[in-house]
Design a protein around this ligand. Structure first.
Ligand SMILES: Cc1ncc(COP(=O)(O)O)c(C=O)c1O
Length: 481
């Protein structure tokens, strides 16, 4: 009997695109977990899923903005308890006046609260705060030619949303190419595929701590052009995912001069700008200075850093030097606005957390000390955990890791694997043996003939203390089989 199930033809690009971070190894991990095996999920940068506590400052404001009736109630309760001789409650048991006042001021700026659609670009007061943040971070004086323009800032449902919006607009023809670092975060390869463009690989130099060399950029560009590709943009992820590497100023200036020479736009994915453990972050906006000929799209997000609010989906996209749209009076920002209008607006809660991310409590605020203590604890522990894993690599035969520690990942090279096996086999065997879920290097792309894995250094120190000796034992047995 012929099947009665309906069939349908779909966009082949989506059928063919791949996304290893949620690919076969995590799927197998989910299956093992459902069968009762203890799984340690190091396959994704999802901090709160691995026990990282949310920042109190963000969550208190968020709860009050979601339920404004609790602001007056909190004040009233505090008054009652303060006047009561029987109360054992202290000042710190109540939400501080600074938080209550901040929540009120945010609500006043939203006008109707967070249940209403916002402007397509996002709340203006948040975009202004983002512009101030960029100016403070990069040392631009407001009102100067370099100052960020809130009209060129779009609030997004995470950086992924921002990246997809740009790629969707840039890829106009099948021959349009986007340069992507290899290894890369698969958002880029998947989106270029989805929008029907050409992925043009370039390879940062692993042995030189993943620095970018001009010769490599030129060769990759020239090869693509020789094959008929119209290269339009270059993606740079700094600090890197999966490598965790922090780009030095020389590499950033090399990319700028390369982009200028070939008329390329730069997509600067800077979501890990707070995750630096020994290197300095230089933004592309700052490095660009007053150069007017290179369009830059920079992305930031509430998902990473010490905030780790991935599930809330928030972030921004800043455009510098927006290009004119060929054959029209419009420029790129006009089109981004048109495109954003179709989805009405980014989610409001994500917009509010973006506001809080770019406006931390000031030193005179009662929240300041607690905020700094929580931030330093999270970042300090991330570094300790990365160091524990790096130390374990020293006991594994043939394992090397390059670059300063940044982002949330280590990307060790596996120089010794049994004949006929690759990093996918290794990661699957590691999962089955120890419950450690990592991602094979091939999921991000890698130089032919090399093998890697990516591990997110997010599980608790206790879990790492338990699993690292098991990993070392597994490794040294596996590679000698
Ligand atoms: C380099 C990079 N860009 C973007 C994202 C996605 O960020 P968001 O959660 O803001 O969409 C990730 C997530 O891991 C990432 O590693």
């Amino acid at each position: 009997m012929p099947s009665t199930k309906p069939t349908i033809e779909i966009n082949k690009n989506i059928l063919e695109m791949e996304y290893a971070v949620r690919g076969p190894i995590p799927q197998r991990a989910a299956k093992l977990k459902s069968e009762g095996k203890k799984i340690i999920s190091c396959n994704i940068g999802n901090p709160q899923a691995l026990g990282q506590a949310p920042m109190t400052y963000y969550r208190q404001v968020l709860s009050l903005v979601e339920d404004p009736s609790k602001i007056a109630r909190e004040r009233e309760l505090k008054n009652i308890f303060e006047a009561s001789p029987f109360s054992k409650l202290q000042d710190e048991d109540f939400i501080s006046e600074d938080i209550l006042a901040l929540s009120e001021s945010i609500l006043a700026k939203t006008e109707k609260g967070v249940g209403a659609y916002t402007e397509s670009k996002g709340y203006l007061f948040v975009r202004e705060a983002v512009a101030d943040f960029i100016n403070r971070r990069d040392g631009f004086s407001s009102g100067s030619g370099l100052a960020a323009n809130p009209e060129n800032i779009f609030l997004t449902d995470g950086a992924s949303d921002g990246a997809k919006r740009i790629l969707n607009l840039l890829i106009a023809k099948k021959t349009d190419g986007i340069m992507i670092p290899i290894p890369q975060y698969p958002l880029y390869s998947a989106s270029v595929k989805m929008y029907g463009g050409v992925q043009v690989n370039y390879y940062p130099n692993e042995d030189q701590d993943w620095a970018l060399g001009r010769e490599e950029l030129e060769n990759s560009h020239a090869e693509a052009v020789a094959e008929g590709v119209n290269v339009k943009a270059i993606v740079v992820i700094n600090p890197g995912n999966p490598t965790g590497a922090i780009l030095d100023a020389a590499s950033i200036h090399e990319v700028l001069s390369f982009a200028k020479k070939h008329g390329l736009a730069i997509i600067a994915d800077e979501v890990y700008q707070e995750n630096l453990y020994g290197g300095e972050f230089v933004s592309f906006a700052k490095a660009l200075g007053d150069e007017k000929s290179v369009p830059i799209f920079s992305l930031h997000s509430i998902s990473k850093g010490f905030y780790g609010e991935c599930g809330h989906r928030g972030g921004y996209l800043e455009v510098r030097n927006p290009p004119q749209i060929a054959g029209t009076e419009l420029n790129f920002v006009d089109l981004l606005l048109k495109q954003a209008s179709v989805s009405l607006c980014a989610n409001t809660v994500g917009q509010i957390i973006t506001y809080l991310m770019v406006s931390p409590p000031e030193a005179r605020n009662t929240e300041h000390n607690n905020f700094i203590a929580e931030k330093e604890k999270i970042l300090g522990e991330l570094y300790e955990k990365a160091t524990m894993i790096r130390e374990a690599f020293k006991e594994m035969e043939g394992v090397e890791v390059f670059g300063k520690t940044g982002a949330m990942y280590l990307f060790p090279r596996l120089n010794k694997l049994p004949a006929g096996t690759d990093d996918f086999d290794y990661c699957m065997a590691l999962l089955e043996e120890t419950g450690l879920s990592t991602v094979n290097g091939s999921g991000f792309g890698q130089k032919e003939g090399t093998y890697h894995l990516r591990i997110a250094f997010l599980p608790s120190k206790d879990l790492l203390t338990e699993v690292l000796p098991e990993w070392i034992a597994f490794h040294n047995k596996y590679v000698n089989n």
